[in-house]
Design a binder for this molecule. Structure first.
Ligand code: ADP
Ligand code: MG
Length: 490
């Protein structure tokens, strides 16, 4: 089997060398970052006495279905592997997998965020499209990882806080516009989770050369703060389709796609400006499930079939992309709405993190094996990352706005200086009127620039002071985040 290492000897603890995540070559090529999270055993799993089939060797390597005699502590009386029931129908013994990071049962939500998505925020602000998606069987912990639970918010929450923290650091230099949308793919239809009043509920996918893939009529909202944004996420979650299944009492039966669009431009108005825009997609997939092992009937069975259809399509895309060394392989994105939505995240201009979730119990033997197999293939997927930068040269008609913005900035700088101990700077002199309006405005822009430069020098001292205040605010936000009770109801 391609990519898997069949271990015939005793597993060694020496780390397997893995490609460092996010190695971007000169031409922007990067590989998908794949991390695996093993959730703790559920009550039902531990009381069933089922065996444990995952063993983490180090932060990069795990063994699937290890031979008990190969386990270091097999002869210890405390060895839990001895007491468990034998595994029936085991087909894949002692397989060793290597990933960018493996999080064992003891890992916290913060650990997962710190080592899988924390630097995503910086990339988004650098103008790079990014995606994070959770993959795995029903009940493996995808929703827990992405959205979290009351008192233990997930990766989306922490990544958003980090994004706003980074924006806070840069807001003196740049103007930001943040917009969000949240939709779900349920039974092959797309629904807006932030505006459920749309007629018919079902939205269409369109693709054009300028904007790429867009969901038409999907509402976009502009939160001012991280708290407002998280409020939107929470209310969207309440609208999400979920039904209890055998594998998970609060099973999310839809794929949820939360997207954040960040536009930025230099704060100081100028005749030319470099604008950047980037999209961050955070995706909680519905879990795959095998109809033969569930007792789902009727609507649940139909839902399951649709979920499986889209996940099968996703699996086929992952396989095709992993083999796509020559660019001649057809990638079947069009086989489901989910894969069309994820087209950019999987094979386009995007930096992508896949969080594969698994259970440690032998009760999910085949599901865990399949998840690890697809995650292993996904490591080979290459994307090409390009910064979305637009150089804009403004028309003369915008000069008035530029002058106005510069004067506003100067007024703000003066206020800040007045708060400090420095002497107030001289007043801006109005330039003489000339007959040529455009020349006059150009002169004015130049003068105002000179003025701004002078004021900036005074600002150096105040800047240090302000950064300290900002840090204090960030720490406060962090503390609040720790106590933030978010009733994510999925
Ligand atoms: P999925 O979205 O993959 O179907 P969930 O995220 O809903 O699965 O998780 C199923 C159950 O397992 C939930 O009750 C959840 O709280 C619990 N769970 C999942 N991962 C963890 C974890 N890392 N720590 C504690 N509980 C977890
Ligand atoms: Mg879920």
């Amino acid at each position: 089997m391609a990519g898997l290492i069949q271990v015939r000897e005793r597993p060694r603890t020496a780390p397997v060398t893995t490609t460092p995540s996010y190695t971007i070559t000169d031409n922007g090529n990067t590989t998908m970052k794949v991390v695996v999270r093993i959730r703790p055993e559920s009550q039902a799993e531990s009381s069933s006495g089922a065996a444990i089939i995952t063993r983490v060797l180090d932060s990069h390597v795990l063994v699937f279905d290890p031979k008990p005699e190969n386990l270091p502590s097999f002869n210890s009386p405390l060895n839990i592997f001895k007491k468990r029931a034998p595994i029936l129908g085991r087909k894949h013994r002692d397989l060793r997998f290597a990933f960018d990071r493996i999080f064992d049962e003891t890992s916290t939500q913060r650990d997962v965020f710190e080592e899988s998505t924390k630097n995503i925020a910086e990339s988004v602000l650098d103008g790079v499209n990014c995606s994070v998606f959770a993959y795995g069987a029903t009940g493996a912990g995808k929703t827990h990882t992405m959205l979290g639970a009351a008192g233990s918010p997930g990766v989306i929450f922490h990544t958003m806080l980090e994004l706003y923290r980074c924006i806070g650091r840069l807001k003196d230099e740049k103007c930001f516009e943040v917009a969000v949308s949240y939709c779900e793919v349920y039974n092959e239809t797309i629904r807006d989770l932030l505006n459920c009043t749309i007629d018919g509920g079902s939205l269409e996918l369109r693709e054009d050369s300028k904007h790429g893939l867009v969901v038409s009529r999907l509402s976009r909202h502009q939160p001012k703060t991280a708290e407002e944004l998280l409020g939107m996420l929470e209310s969207g979650n309440k609208n999400r389709t979920q039904h209890p299944t055998d594998a998970n009492a609060t099973s999310s039966r839809s794929h949820a796609v939360f997207q954040v669009y960040v536009h930025q431009r230099p704060r100081t108005a100028a005749i030319t400006a470099q604008m950047t825009c980037a999209k961050l997609s955070l995706i909680d997939l519905a879990g795959s499930e095998r109809a033969t092992v569930t007792t789902n009937r009727g609507a649940r069975l139909r839902e399951g079939a649709n979920i499986n259809k889209s996940l099968l399509a996703l699996g086929n895309c992952i396989n095709a992309l992993a083999e796509n060394k020559t660019k001649s392989v057809h990638i079947p994105y069009r086989n489901s709405k989910l894969t069309r939505l994820l087209k950019d995240s999987l094979g386009g201009n995007c930096r992508t993190v896949m969080i594969a979730n698994i259970s440690p119990s032998s009760l999910t033997y085949e599901d865990t094996y399949n998840t690890l197999k697809y995650a292993d293939r996904a490591k080979q997927i290459k994307t090409k990352v390009v910064r979305n930068v637009l150089n804009v040269e403004f028309h003369v008609s915008r000069y008035r706005v530029i002058v106005h913005e510069l004067q506003q900035e100067i007024a703000e700088l003066k206020c800040k200086l007045a708060d400090g101990i420095k002497p107030p700077p001289p007043v801006v002199k109005q330039p003489p009127e000339t007959s040529d309006e455009s020349k006059r405005l150009q002169d004015l822009v130049r003068r105002v620039y000179g003025e701004r430069l002078r004021l900036r020098k005074h600002m150096v001292d105040l800047d240090t002071q302000e950064r300290e205040t900002l840090l204090r605010i960030c720490r406060k936000v962090d503390q609040n985040a720790a106590y933030y009770i978010s009733p994510f109801q999925l």
